[in-house]
Unconditional design. Structure first.
Length: 334
């Protein structure tokens, strides 16, 4: 998620495509005649997008989720909604909808993102990279041993174990990882094959609770430190593993190659994507609803200058540079 704009861009064609996931509270619905009792849809994942899917380009048999909703949300509200972890923060109300952290059911949003890309671009998915925050091994829901059956507090113990298991199901990540991995394997021999990378701290980090802060605890190296020291130690230990280093290097090589291909195939779109550029006509008569005309791509600005202002070829590059606008902040869609 990028934070340099006050509102999410509605430019579906020429900005980077970003999504974040929250959980939206199910809303009460009415029948058209309002003669049937009200019903309430269940809570479910909601995708905040930096773009609007174009109905003319995606497969209408597999449309993106709620593709026709308004995306003109203030960025701080999106960030606040998608981090409103239950039991820690109050849900956020935007308009007539209430949102909480997507971790309550979509803790690993990789599969949602994959399905989104499939809906928008069919099989044109090349690389998927997923980064976890530590593996957690939940306790078994099943009781063990005869002593437990004789425990007068067995019912309470079973209830607590069931609640912990339910929480683990809601916040699972590894099952989603397995599903994406299976998808990559199944399409490996087809045109829809993609490279899948998953990085997660395999040991110890999953034991750190979301609200933990300790000034004095095991730092992971046999010494004493705080919670941040422990997280850093676990992460560095994972990053030092030869296989992890190899996979990170492989991912980096693919991303760089992909970037070079995109820059070569369409330099104007890459400039827009990478540098968040925009071009604005400086002629005061070129206005749309009072605002100076602006263009997302260099070639669009070039065509306008050629067609409307008849700028000669020898002066075109200099004129384009004067029309170029860079973002106020150093990164993200402009």
């Amino acid at each position: 998620m990028t934070l340099e704009r006050k509102r999410i861009s509605e430019d579906n064609t020429n900005t980077s495509l970003s999504i974040v996931v929250a959980i939206r509270k199910g809303q009460t619905t009415l029948s058209p005649e309002e003669t049937i009792a009200r019903s309430r849809a269940s809570d479910g994942p909601y995708l905040f997008r930096s773009y609007k899917p174009n109905p003319q380009t995606f497969n209408r048999q597999r449309p993106p989720q709620h593709y026709d909703v308004d995306i003109n949300y203030e960025i701080w509200k999106v960030c606040r909604a998608t981090t409103a972890a239950t039991n820690y923060f109050e849900p956020l109300v935007i308009g007539d909808a209430k949102f909480c952290d997507g971790g309550a059911g979509v803790n690993n949003p990789t599969l949602k993102a994959y399905h989104e890309m499939i809906s928008l671009h069919e099989d044109d998915v090349k690389i998927i990279a997923s980064f976890g925050t530590g593996k957690h091994e939940p306790s078994s829901i099943l009781s063990t041993g005869r002593a437990h059956r004789l425990n007068p507090f067995a019912a309470t113990s079973n209830l607590m174990r069931s609640l912990k298991t339910l929480k683990a199901v809601l916040t699972e990540c590894e099952e989603t990882h397995a599903q994406v991995k299976d998808s990559a394997y199944l399409v490996r021999n087809g045109d829809g094959a993609f490279n899948y990378f998953r990085f997660n701290v395999a040991e110890d980090l999953g034991k750190v609770k979301m609200n933990e802060w300790k000034d004095k605890r095991d730092d992971g190296n046999g010494g004493i430190g705080n919670t941040i020291d422990y997280i850093r130690t676990c992460t560095n230990r994972e990053l030092a593993k030869p296989l992890v280093k190899q996979r990170l290097a492989e991912l980096a090589r693919m991303l760089v190659a992909r970037r070079r291909d995109r820059a070569r195939d369409d330099p104007d779109r890459w400039e827009r994507f990478a540098c968040c550029t925009r071009y604005k006509c400086l002629d005061d008569e070129c206005r749309d609803e009072g605002e100076l005309l602006s263009f997302a791509l260099r070639r669009e600005m070039r065509a306008h200058l050629d067609r409307v202002h008849h700028v000669p070829p020898e002066s075109m590059d200099a004129r384009l540079e004067r029309c170029l606008e860079l973002p106020s902040w150093p990164a993200g869609p402009f």
